[in-house]
Write a protein that binds this ligand. Structure first.
Ligand SMILES: [Zn+2]
Length: 97
């Protein structure tokens, strides 16, 4: 239920993409998490990212993320052509005082 849980998963998967395989979805508890990175400019160090659960279609999106050192980064053209990200329900960040 919590954005922070999603963020933890994102941060770990950013460092180690393989870590996603064993993680459970914070919403439904199933192991069907997906993460992709899209670079608006391939030369740019910034990416946007989507992390979602394929089972319940909840997740988070990150804009202005840092390009990961490992793993595949989609170009904007490829992402527009192949639409790898399904429509999913965004978990909003929560305000923590
Ligand atoms: Zn789920």
């Amino acid at each position: 239920m919590s954005y922070m849980q999603w963020e933890d998963i994102y941060e770990e998967a950013w460092k180690r993409p393989a870590s996603l395989a064993g993680r459970r979805c914070p919403e439904c508890g199933r192991e069907d998490l997906n993460l992709i990175f899209i670079a608006w400019e391939m030369s740019d160090g910034k990416v946007s990212a989507a992390l979602w659960c394929g089972a319940c279609l909840h997740g988070i999106s990150i804009c202005n993320g840092i390009r990961p050192k490992a793993g595949h980064v989609w170009s904007r053209d490829d992402a527009e052509r192949e639409r790898p990200v399904p429509n999913f329900t965004l978990i909003p960040p929560e305000w923590t005082p």
